[in-house]
Design a protein around this ligand. Structure first.
Ligand SMILES: Nc1ncnc2c1ncn2[C@@H]1O[C@H](COP(=O)(O)OP(=O)(O)O)[C@@H](O)[C@H]1O
Ligand SMILES: [Mg+2]
Length: 300
């Protein structure tokens, strides 16, 4: 048991990314191993009514610490997490294993001829194995997108940023940044309850992107996002519309023409898996475990 964890000492080397909520630095561990690390620093402004560290941050950090013990090959390894009050705000620092690049950067470098079928299969297999693991442990990612999927030089896929979405949601009210809608499931856009199936929707969007080398649904408002989705999957029947959504079922949401089109550049098995990920009704959508047993993966 790793009961007594020494604080990690590191030196920051360079800034690798500035997301909406955090700065990520490349760092090197000081000491024998000299491992490369990614250090992610968040700063939360405590509101006037707050007393100490908000409970939801403590919850999320303890979740991340729990994840650490999982040690799953497709989940980025968290090495340390700490929260520190600094004046009237809070600094949250996560120390992670350093992975060469994210999937978005990787995709931007793929030659126009596209990724090989084996490579696509390998990325999806690992992504779904990671998701299956999170979902089995009752963890939702909620913000799965190529920027939050890391890929090592050896082609290992590591899901990053899970468990943070609740902190983000809280922080959106404080920092009105633009957050991409492109991977967001329709039930989230429709403000209905959601579960692990939201991540399967995002996985479907990423699957299509591996073939297209561009995002499948690129919209800039929530309504436009839903319209793009309906153009592709067809307009759902009223029986599939979420009953708890504040938006009532209306054809005005739908496209003028429902195309219900497969992706022409992919084969029937790929299209079948894609359609099962991009199923409107979250309770009929394929799970990560079911997707891993799909003929796309099992047939050689
Ligand atoms: N463990 C890591 N190793 C290497 N690069 C990382 C790691 N974690 C994040 N990054 C890089 O930093 C970027 C920003 O980090 P991210 O977690 O997406 O921040 P935010 O949550 O603010 O969007 C990522 O898109 C990725 O390119
Ligand atoms: Mg991110």
């Amino acid at each position: 048991m790793d009961a007594c964890i020494k604080p990690l000492c590191f030196e920051l080397l360079s800034e690798v990314g500035e997301g909406s909520y955090a700065k990520v630095y490349k760092a090197r561990e000081v000491g024998e191993e000299q491992r490369l690390l990614a250090v992610k620093k968040f700063n939360f402004h405590a509101s006037a009514s707050d007393n100490g560290i908000p409970a939801f941050i403590i919850r999320e950090v303890s979740l991340l610490r729990k994840m650490k013990s999982f040690n799953h090959p497709n989940i980025v390894k968290l090495l340390d997490a700490s929260v520190e009050p600094v004046g009237r705000s809070l600094d949250l620092t996560l120390v992670l294993e350093y992975i060469d690049q994210d999937l978005s950067t990787y995709l931007s470098k793929v030659p126009a001829a596209g990724m090989s079928p084996d490579c696509i299969k390998n990325v999806m297999l690992q992504l779904l194995q990671g998701l299956d693991f999170l979902h089995t442990n009752m963890v939702l990612h909620r913000d799965l997108k190529p920027e939050n999927v890391l890929i090592s030089s050896r082609g290992e896929i590591k899901i990053a940023d899970f468990g943070m979405a609740r902190i983000y949601t809280f922080n959106i009210a404080l920092t009105p940044e633009v957050v991409t809608l492109w991977y967001r499931a329709p039930e989230v856009l429709l403000r209905s309850v959601y579960m692990s199936s939201v991540d399967m929707w995002s996985a479907g969007c990423i699957f299509a992107e591996l073939f297209l080398l561009r995002p499948l649904f690129q919209a800039f408002t929530e309504v436009q996002q839903l319209q793009k989705i309906f153009e592709f999957i067809g307009f759902p029947g009223e029986e599939d519309w979420p009953t708890d959504s504040p938006f009532s079922y209306s054809f005005s949401w739908g496209p003028k023409v429902s195309r219900n089109m497969p992706l022409h550049i992919v084969g029937p098995e790929e299209n079948d898996l894609l359609a099962k990920c991009l199923t409107f009704n979250p309770s009929s959508r394929i799970s990560a475990a079911e997707a891993l047993a799909h003929p796309f993966f099992t047939r050689h």
